[in-house]
Design a protein around this ligand. Structure first.
Ligand code: SAH
Ligand code: SF4
Length: 401
């Protein structure tokens, strides 16, 4: 374990928190993300992908082919409200223009390499992109709603010891088109087009950014994707129905709150730095105290909109009653709820799930302190679709080769 932990960061390198340094750190993170940028979003025949463009970019594309800006508005409606992929079906656009658009553009979806549905109704897709890279996306139905769990990277640079994705090197970031495309393809699968009016009664009513990868290490693409999905003339999901989970990339958390305003989930998993340094190695860079400070500052957090703290229950590692009490102490003053996740095993995983007794005691302590602390019912374990079980076969292409 120590070997894994020391892979990414030297022990206890701490980042200063004064504004200038945080700004510099943020720039460094954004610059690093650019090194893992996705390939250009266009087909082999040169046609450009329209999914993933902002409204402004769509208008620029129209201007570049001599068309008026209102065409961008029409296209937006067809793509994100109607779910149409074929220009020939866009009956508010005259045939000659349909043909002109089809020559130059595509409205893409990921390739579906595999699709599995669990006995509990959870569905998992293995999606493939233009360059052959793959990610998994999961749909988790509940009685009155359903969440699509979206991936943001192929692999992950972080190596949390309990996470299957963490055993897969980061290959590259997903582009906005690929992030949006996961949701559109999930909608296709359930035929939920056109976008239902209002937010009630949707089968695909929520997004959780909790799939493969660390979203705040791919900030620009996830920000662009969520902005598109929240647009009220398209998919129109409110920011209150979107939850982004981070392992604790402190310098990006304020930016995420200020610019996107989505719900935040934080993968805490330990209450002491010595343990968190090992199981969530990013803690060596952004230790617990700094992470919790960033939570206290998180724009939009309130008693009505609490920050979710995720805590994976590892038998004999982080699940004692003393740790539950310490958790309560740490969370004081933060509008918080705690999500206890029984550890989901994967092939070769080094941990066991906490006993039901330990889970119950831990939950009771947190609950008695006034924090909602549901034990997350594992979903889709039979198809390896539960939290932390996602992984794809991939090899990072050698750079410069
Ligand atoms: N990289 C982000 C988002 C993806 S992980 C993050 O780490 O927050 C989504 C959640 O699943 C995280 O809380 C993660 O810690 C948890 N998780 C990872 N592996 C798990 C496992 N084997 N069992 C249960 N939960 C796990
Ligand atoms: Fe990456 Fe999140 Fe898995 Fe950690 S838990 S390895 S940050 S995907």
């Amino acid at each position: 374990m120590n070997q894994i932990a020391s892979k990414a960061f030297p022990p206890h390198s701490r980042v200063a928190t004064s504004d200038g340094l945080t700004e510099a750190e943020r720039d460094r993170i954004l610059a690093k993300a650019a090194l893992f940028a996705p390939p250009p979003m266009q087909d082999a025949d040169g046609r450009r992908e329209l999914v993933g463009l902002t409204r402004e970019e769509l208008a620029e594309e129209m201007a570049a082919i001599g068309e008026k800006p209102f065409r961008a508005k029409q296209l937006w409606h067809w793509i994100y409200h109607q779910g149409v992929r074929d220009f020939a079906q866009m009956n508010s656009i005259a045939k000659p223009l349909q043909a002109k658009l089809a020559e130059r553009f595509v409205i893409g979806r990921p390739g579906i390499t595999a699709e599995q549905t669990s006995t509990d109704g959870t569905r998992k897709w293995l999606f493939q992109w233009r360059d052959g890279q793959q990610v998994e996306t999961v749909y988790i139905p509940e009685s009155d709603r359903g969440s699509v769990c979206i991936s943001t990277q192929v692999g992950c640079t972080l190596s949390c010891t309990f996470c299957h994705t963490g055993t897969q090197k980061l290959v590259r970031n997903l582009g906005a088109a690929e992030i949006v495309g996961q949701f559109l393809a999930a909608r296709d699968s359930y035929g939920e087009w056109p976008t239902p009016k209002g937010e009630e009664g949707r089968r695909l009513s929520n997004i959780v950014v909790m799939g493969m990868g660390e979203p705040l290490y791919n900030y620009e693409n996830i920000a662009r994707a969520l902005t598109i999905l929240m647009d009220h003339e398209g998919v129109a999901l409110s920011r209150r129905r979107i939850t982004l989970s981070t392992s604790g990339v402190v310098p990006m958390m304020d930016k995420c709150g200020a610019e996107l305003g989505v719900n935040l989930a934080v993968s805490l998993h330990a209450v002491r730095d010595e343990l968190r340094d090992v199981i969530v190695p990013l803690n060596r860079k952004y230790p617990i105290a700094e992470l919790l400070d960033a939570c206290r500052r998180y724009p939009g957090a309130s008693n009505a909109r609490r920050i979710t703290f995720e805590y994976v229950m590892l038998r004999g590692v982080n699940d004692s009653e003393a740790e539950a009490h310490e958790l309560v102490r740490l969370l004081r003053g933060i509008p918080a709820k705690v999500n206890l996740i029984p550890f989901n095993p994967w092939p070769g995983s080094p941990y066991q799930t906490s006993t039901p007794e330990a889970l119950r005691k831990f939950a009771a302590i947190v609950n008695d302190a006034g924090y909602s602390s549901p034990i997350r019912r594992p979903r889709g374990r039979d198809i390896l679709a539960a939290c932390g079980q996602l992984k794809t076969e991939s090899e990072r292409a050698k750079r410069g080769a």
